[in-house]
Design a binder for this molecule. Structure first.
Ligand code: DC
Length: 220
């Protein structure tokens, strides 16, 4: 089985790009952020104090996450319930950034992610795929963009959905999440030594996909 690992900070466009690359390659797209978001959603809805190690470990033992593909779209099931519609909110994203720094949360997902890559050819995106989950991935990409550009994309997305948005707050949240994701003790976000850096600040979606497809051509 072959793997393409795409890591990078929040809002760099990983999922949009990874989905397109997976389609082009005929690979399965695995969104590991959605798995961390599902755990975070569990912690919020069950009012788990994530700073209480005993409570957190116990909660992790009771969590079953599975990924299914329905009409080519990834659906995340948490203890049998499809929680996909609840995962993309800012609240869940911020909570995921906090709970994903915890060892028991990361341990709960590591095998699941590795097993998916054993079973399928995958494009897997996240924070630690090239460095930790799939260190032998055939292609590793570190996809980033300036915090201004990432905030701008998120701002436009919210406005286009008719939601209210505060640009400065969005950018501040992005910077805070970057700091947490990059500075945690376990599996922090960083570019793997053998990853290709793609800065999408001034690139179109097609150009980014093209850059990754060029790198992926080495997979026979
Ligand atoms: O990519 P995302 O915004 O959906 O990810 C949500 C959070 O999950 C992110 O702030 C950090 C965490 N995460 C992680 O620690 N490791 C991964 N492989 C993927 C996500």
């Amino acid at each position: 089985m072959a793997s393409i690992a795409i890591d990078g900070p929040a809002g760099a466009g990983k999922s949009t790009i990874a989905k397109l690359v997976a389609k082009n390659m005929g690979y399965v797209y695995v969104d590991t952020g959605a798995m961390y978001r599902a755990i975070a959603y569990y912690m919020v809805t069950n009012k788990i104090d994530i700073d209480n190690e005993v409570e957190l470990t116990k909660a992790c033992e009771g969590i079953d996450i599975s990924i299914k593909y329905e009409n080519e779209a990834q659906q995340v099931y948490l203890n049998g319930e499809n929680v996909t519609p609840y995962l993309r909110t800012e609240e869940t994203g911020n909570m995921a950034s906090k709970s994903s720094a915890k060892a028991s949360v990361r341990a709960a997902l590591l095998d699941l992610q590795r097993n998916m890559a054993k079973e399928y050819n995958v494009v897997m995106d996240g924070r630690d795929i090239g460095t930790n989950v799939l260190p032998d991935a055939e292609v590793k990409i570190y996809l980033t963009a300036s915090s201004k550009e990432r905030a701008n994309r998120r701002y436009k997305e919210l406005i286009s959905k008719g939601e209210t948005a505060d640009f400065d707050k969005i950018e501040a949240d992005i910077i805070e999440r970057d700091n947490r994701d990059m500075n945690r003790d376990i599996a922090p976000l960083k570019q793997a030594d053998d990853a290709i850096l793609v800065d999408s600040s001034n690139m179109s979606i097609d150009e980014v996909v093209e850059a990754i497809m060029t790198a992926a051509k080495k997979i026979s």
